[in-house]
Structure formats: C-alpha cells, structure tokens
Design a protein around this ligand. Structure first.
Ligand SMILES: N[C@@H](CCC(=O)N[C@@H](CS)C(=O)NCC(=O)O)C(=O)O
Length: 231
C-alpha cells in the first residue's frame, strides 16, 4: 500500500504543512488507500523535503509529482474534465500557493507575535518533541526565509503578500462549490492544504483574519474538510 510521509498533525489536521495536507486531501478525495507516517526530519526525503511517498518500491517527492503519479497509476478522472484554460489557472494557482507558503511559514516561526502560540500548540499536540528541537527548527527556518527573501521583510510587508494572495483566491472561487465547478479537482486539494492550515489554526494572524473575512474561502475550506474527514 502507498505510504505518505509527511510532517506532524496539528489542530486536528493530518499535516501542519500545506503540501502534505494537499496530498492527504487528494488521496482521500480520490478514495485511494494509503497509510501515513509522520516525520520530524526530512533528511531521508527526495530533495530533503516532505511530503514524499513510497509506492511499490518507488519513492516520489513533491506534492505535484505525487498527485501526477497517482492520477496516472490509477487512471483517475479527477482533473479529466478541465479545459486548457482551467489547467492554466490550476498551474498559476499552484505557483501562487508556493508564495503563500512562505508567508504562512514565516507567520508561525519568525514573527515574534505568533511564534509563542505556534510553539506552544506544537508542544501541546506533540509533547514528545523537545523544546530544543523546535528552537533548532526555528533557527534553520530563519536561514531559509533569509535565503528566499521573505525573512528580509518586516511583518507588515510579508503579510501584505499573503493577504494579496488570499484576495485573489477569494475572487477566483465561487460562493459555493469548488474552483472549477460543483465537484472538487486536484487544485481544490491544494487550496485546502493551505486554507485549512490557516483556518483551523487557533492563532490569530493577519492571514487568518483575512481568510475569516472572506466567506467563500471559509466555505471552500470547510467543504473539503468535510469530504476528507467525513465530518
Ligand atoms: N514543492 C514541494 C515543496 C515541499 C516543501 O516545501 N517542503 C518543505 C516544508 S517545510 C520541507 O520539507 N522542507 C524541509 C527543509 O527545508 O529542510 C512540494 O510541493 O511538495
């Protein structure tokens, strides 16, 4: 059976990382059987990043590559009805979410206003994780943020990027239903990976405030959540 390796759960979500949650949601939406293993270390992963999967002797990293592999392996029709314009939108949205990733991650690990709440939540849900491990991860993330560029921004500048992304998503999504119609596509699993990691986190960041003020983003998040959790 396919195994999904991803970062730990938090606030009832199967992964506190949006890319792993995206793959988890995709597999659930497509009713693909899998088991999940949570890791605190990405050193064994392809490209040194989670998520990755092990599937019949193959190891595949990167959420998009994983989704493409499973669609091809099982002949899944989840995206079969998309027009070429919708496929272009799907591509652009995924790339924009790659940018939102940095703002979301920065809000948890770098911004001193929210780091204590994130750290305490992590320790509450995962008491076995030593405080030094989280502090080391924080120091490592500071280096990543600096190299990427987000770490050089003041919090207001960083959040302005993420809020602009959420605004665009709110314009794109309908009031009800999913990105491209009444049924979810793989793009909706991707959106959920990010939106749920803001909406269900009990940390009052500017990203969360922005999302909560846009009913269609909340509705989308809750609709996919109900489909993947059965609740
Ligand atoms: N393009 C990848 C991105 C995954 C990703 O950004 N993973 C980060 C999340 S924190 C990671 O595992 N980083 C580990 C590291 O940088 O050491 C995907 O779509 O899966």
């Amino acid at each position: 059976m396919l195994t999904l390796f991803s970062w730990p759960e938090l606030f009832g979500l199967a992964d506190n990382n949006p890319y792993g949650l995206k793959v988890h949601a995709f597999l659930k939406l497509c009713r693909v059987p899998f088991r999940q293993e949570h890791l605190m270390d990405a050193s064994q992963a392809p490209h040194g990043q989670l998520p990755y999967i092990a599937d019949g002797g193959r190891i595949i990293g990167d959420s998009d590559a994983i989704i493409a592999h499973v669609i091809a392996r099982d002949g899944l029709g989840i995206d079969a009805g998309l027009t070429s314009a919708q496929r272009d939108t799907d591509h652009l949205v995924r790339r924009m979410l790659d940018d939102l990733y940095w703002v979301m991650s920065y809000s948890r690990w770098q911004d001193d206003r929210f780091w204590p709440a994130f750290r305490d939540a992590f320790r509450y849900f995962h008491p076995a994780v030593a405080p030094e491990v989280l502090e080391a991860a924080r120091a490592y993330n500071f280096k990543r943020y600096h190299a990427q560029g987000i770490g050089r921004l003041a919090p207001d500048e960083a959040f302005a990027r993420g809020i602009a992304d959420l605004d665009v998503l709110s314009h794109l999504l309908p009031e009800a239903g999913f990105l491209f119609g009444p049924l979810p596509c793989s793009a909706d699993a991707g959106l959920y990976g990010f939106l749920a990691n803001i909406h269900f986190f009990d940390i009052d960041t500017p990203l969360k405030r922005c999302l909560e003020a846009r009913p269609n983003l909340v509705a989308h998040c809750r609709a996919i959540h109900a489909l993947v959790t059965g609740g």
